[in-house]
Design a protein around this ligand. Structure first.
Ligand code: ARG
Length: 571
């Protein structure tokens, strides 16, 4: 059985279908009633009848009998109000359901999520923060609905810069290089390599020769390259742990993994007659992509110097993910500037038959992180801000806030809670903005215990847990959900919306929709507390209110968990 919304939508669709086969009732949540159906207008037009007439006919059809009452409103809207008994029985079902009405996707799908993808020997910046946080929320939520997630951390571990990076490693000496990289001083290392390259012709010559050795598989060069990759991956793992992100070193399948497949990619494109020569490079011109002057745009798969680039690697990756991993869905959580690159890769993969229409493939693009002056987020000296430093600062501030609030936690426990609050603050601020939009990185606002923030939602959960702890052992089996107070009824309706919020988030790869849902639920709770004292109530009313608290606490915990945010017991 689906969500309450789905049950109603399905029943209502029967009435619509009898008048116009396949007509959409357009059922929505409503301010005027519990739900409203807006589909009558379109249908009346098709039928050439007065909308109010059609609306009355649907209201009289009886398909919602026992579930809800229908009232015709305005020019032909249907206002739908749940029957008390049906609402109560729905809540009763949720009480006994760990997943609170969220059904598993059956058969389960295999979803490949390409996210995080920092570059070896380069600092992770706020763009990687966004990819990591959004990708992890999608991965967790896909798992929650029962899908199989294959995370792919497509790290940049190949290409011409590695000649320079390896030569710099040799100049520093392995020990010193490892020391620098292992404390996460990737900026210093990378910039050291860059300045040597810019200043010294001999270094440039050595770097170029080193790339050739690397590509030719020279064992010593490969060993040095491995050091760079391993040290960086170890460092990235520390950042993931700080952020409480589910990525593991096993999910690192970097660009280099596809090296052996690149020749095959080019040969097969050639065989399909898709390759064209352009300026010495070998390219595909997928239909529909043109530059400003209307000329067709090339996707370069092999450069003039015979080297393969970023695009060839992405083509090989699509192919691997569909053919070998049997992906039903591919999600690429990559910044908006790469929109054209990915669109062209997907188009070429479709042309080549590597990406069938049955496979959903989506660029989950996101905007930039800005500083309060609305410029790109950088340090004062113009360097990229180290992610770890941001998180550490958020943890320190959350810790200070806990002290200021007079917490009685021991320092270790306090630090742990501060870490969970900081993660919530940073993640929620990122996830709650519609992802294509830019947002301003403002720790003070993110960490606030009031407003649309992660810590506020954690607090809403902890407050419920505290009420439930004080109530002690409860037997909620025979609760009578009378829902006499309107705020209790509003809260109940909010609880019923949980499966729909998850579905809507996944459909649009849009975590902000789940954030909006959770924030709305927290606000319903506030109104409920004001009107309905819980612990001081008595008898059946007290039990009903406690049951609502239990459901709300569990919904918040599950929802925050799907976003990668902890729901601590106390705050
Ligand atoms: N490493 C790239 C960067 O830092 C992101 C890679 C995104 N994923 C992909 N399959 N192209 O910008």
């Amino acid at each position: 059985m689906g969500s309450t919304y789905e049950i109603l939508a399905e029943r209502l669709a029967r009435s619509f279908d009898r008048l116009v086969p396949g007509a959409d009732p357009a059922l929505r949540a409503s301010d005027h009633a519990d739900y409203q159906a807006n589909g009558v207008m379109a249908m009346a037009k098709t039928l050439g009848r007065a909308p109010r007439d059609v609306a009355s006919e649907i209201a009289a059809a009886g398909d919602l009998d026992g579930l809800a009452t229908i009232e015709v409103a305005g020019p032909g809207f249907l206002n739908i109000t749940l029957e008390p008994a049906f609402l109560a029985s729905r809540l009763g079902t949720l009480l006994g359901d760990e997943r609170l009405g969220l059904e598993l996707v059956r058969p389960a799908k295999t979803v490949v999520v390409d996210y995080s993808a920092p570059n070896v020997a380069k600092e992770m910046h706020v763009g990687h923060l966004r990819s990591t946080v959004i990708g992890d929320a999608l991965a967790r939520t896909e798992r929650l609905v029962g899908n199989t997630v294959i995370a792919r951390n497509h790290v940049g571990d190949w290409g011409t810069p590695f000649g320079m990076l390896i030569e710099h490693l040799l100049d520093l000496g392995e020990d010193r290089a490892v020391a620098e990289l292992s404390i996460g001083d990737l900026n210093t290392f990378y910039q050291g390599a860059r300045s040597a390259f810019d200043a010294d012709e001999d270094f440039q010559r050595r770097s170029r020769a080193r790339v050739v050795l690397l590509q030719g598989g020279d064992p010593e060069t490969r060993r040095l390259w491995r050091i760079l990759v391993d040290q960086s991956v170890t460092y990235f793992s520390q950042v993931y742990a700080k952020l409480d992100v589910t990525l593991t070193p096993e999910d690192v399948v970097g660009e280099s993994f596809y090296n052996d497949a690149l020749e095959g990619v080019v040969a097969d494109l050639e065989g399909l007659g898709l390759l064209e020569e352009s300026g010495g490079a070998r390219c595909v011109f997928p239909p529909g992509f043109t530059n400003r002057d209307g000329e067709p745009l090339p996707l370069i798969v092999q450069k003039r110097d015979e080297g393969f680039g970023y695009a060839a690697t992405d083509l090989a990756a699509v192919r691997d993910r569909v053919a070998r991993l049997h992906a039903d869905e591919l999600l690429y959580v990559v910044g908006a500037p790469q929109v054209q690159h990915l669109a062209m890769v997907f188009a070429v993969a479709r042309q080549a038959g590597w990406l069938p229409d049955t496979v959903r493939c989506e660029h989950v693009a996101f905007g930039s992180v800005l500083s309060p002056d609305r410029k790109m987020y950088k340090t004062r000296s113009g360097e990229t801000v180290k992610l770890v430093e941001l998180i550490d600062e958020a943890i320190d501030r959350a810790d200070d806030a806990l002290v200021a609030r007079g917490t009685d936690l021991e320092p270790d426990a306090r630090r742990e809670l501060a870490t969970q609050i900081a993660q919530a603050a940073v993640k929620y601020a990122d996830l709650s903005t519609e992802r294509q939009r830019d947002y301003v990185f403002d720790l003070d606002r993110m960490l606030a215990f009031e407003g649309d923030t992660g810590p506020y939602l954690q607090y809403a959960h902890a407050r419920l847990r505290s009420i439930l702890r004080r109530a002690g052992e409860l037997d909620l089996a025979g609760v009578d959900f009378a829902l006499v107070d309107p705020t209790a009824r509003d809260l109940a309706l909010g609880l019923l919306g949980w499966p729909d919020a998850v579905a809507s988030m996944l459909e649009g790869a849009a975590p902000h929709r789940l954030c909006t849902y959770l924030f709305d639920l927290a606000q319903r709770l506030t109104a409920f507390y004001e009107a309905c004292p819980v612990l001081s109530a008595e008898g059946a009313v007290r039990l009903e209110r406690l049951a609502l608290c239990d459901l709300a606490a569990r919904t918040l915990a599950l929802g925050l968990g799907a976003l990668g945010i902890a729901a601590p017991e106390r705050m």
